[in-house]
Ligand binder design. Structure first.
Ligand SMILES: *[C@@H]1O[C@H](CO)[C@@H](O)[C@H](O)[C@H]1NC(C)=O
Ligand SMILES: *[C@@H]1O[C@H](CO)[C@@H](O)[C@H](O)[C@H]1NC(C)=O
Length: 284
């Protein structure tokens, strides 16, 4: 007992110093390195319908399209409007399409409307390739599931934002994406920069994302992040999850860099401007 007491004392000073160094390190990390991220929608459980309203930016003030432009802005996440089966089918379409090309950096796209397919540092046309090689890659079923899923998303947006169905149009680019952690080789591979869709793509008024793979199961990193003034908020991807939002400055966002695995999604874009509408792809 006595011995113990004696031993204690010489450790007191080093202990206090160690605790203080630890405390300073924690404060330093908090102030300079801590990213204040809130998980808005975790990968599970399954969500039926979550709505987050945000004040609209001024992006829509000077626009026509009274019936279609957002009166209220926000973000909606729904896990039950696209079936797992259809999502898995579209994942298979993405894989077989992208297998014909692929960028040499970490991000590749396939656009079934224009035919654009990433190839090395640029793009080729998948329909021309299919014709040249005389292969039977995309079936009528592939296109009909694609259209059905697109229609479900279109319907959900018109319902949630109270837009007459015939006033909201599919626009471009609407495309499959595949991301992994391979180093970027061209600007097309740098998917992680913050951006505003309405500014980046011009025609977008509503942006929808359908996830074809699942955070933590198929990949890590790769969360979707809304960059808000009061802190950043993530939506964690999940097979069949649909996330849609108004495309203006109220929804500045980015995709977190992948840490492992491969991430698949479809971006489905909608516009209020019939001049920018595109048609559904069909087997040709
Ligand atoms: C939110 O993310 C942006 C861009 O990634 C970053 O610059 C900013 O520091 C983050 N904000 C907070 C509060 O963590
Ligand atoms: C990652 O992407 C690159 C570029 O598209 C591709 O070459 C590579 O095969 C991909 N790796 C995996 C594991 O999918």
């Amino acid at each position: 007992m006595k011995n113990h007491k004696k031993l204690d004392k010489p450790y007191t000073v080093p202990c206090i110093i160690a605790v203080n160094i630890g405390l300073i390190a924690v404060i330093y990390w908090w102030v300079f390195h801590h990213e204040n991220i809130e998980t808005l929608v975790p990968v599970s459980p399954n969500v039926d319908r979550l709505i987050f309203q945000v004040p609209c930016s001024k992006d829509y003030n000077l626009e026509d399209f009274e019936d279609c432009k957002p009166k209220k802005c926000g973000r909606v996440v729904m896990d039950n409007i696209v079936s797992k089966e259809d999502a898995r089918h579209l994942l298979m379409v993405a894989k077989k399409g992208l297998a014909l090309g692929g960028s040499n950096g970490g991000a590749s796209i396939l656009d079934l409307h224009s035919g654009a397919l990433s190839k090395d540092n640029s793009f080729i046309n998948i329909y021309r390739l299919i014709e040249d090689q005389q292969i039977n890659l995309l079936s009528e079923t592939d296109f009909s599931i694609y259209r059905k899923v697109k229609n479900s998303i279109h319907e959900a947006i018109t319902r949630e934002f109270k837009i007459p169905k015939n006033k909201l149009f599919l626009t471009k680019p609407t495309f499959f994406s595949r991301m992994n952690m391979t180093e970027a080789k061209s600007i097309h591979d740098e998917y992680w920069h913050g951006h505003v869709d309405k500014e980046t793509y011009g025609s977008f008024h509503y942006t929808a994302l359908l996830y074809l793979s699942t955070y933590k199961e198929d990949f890590t990193g790769g969360r979707f992040i809304f960059i808000d003034k009061d802190g950043n908020k993530t939506v964690e991807p999940r097979l069949g999850r649909v996330s849609f939002f108004t495309s203006g400055h109220e929804n500045l966002h980015r995709v977190e860099r992948l840490i492992s695995g491969v991430r698949y999604a479809i971006t489905v874009a909608f516009t209020c401007d019939p001049k920018h509408s595109i048609t559904d792809p069909t087997a040709q």
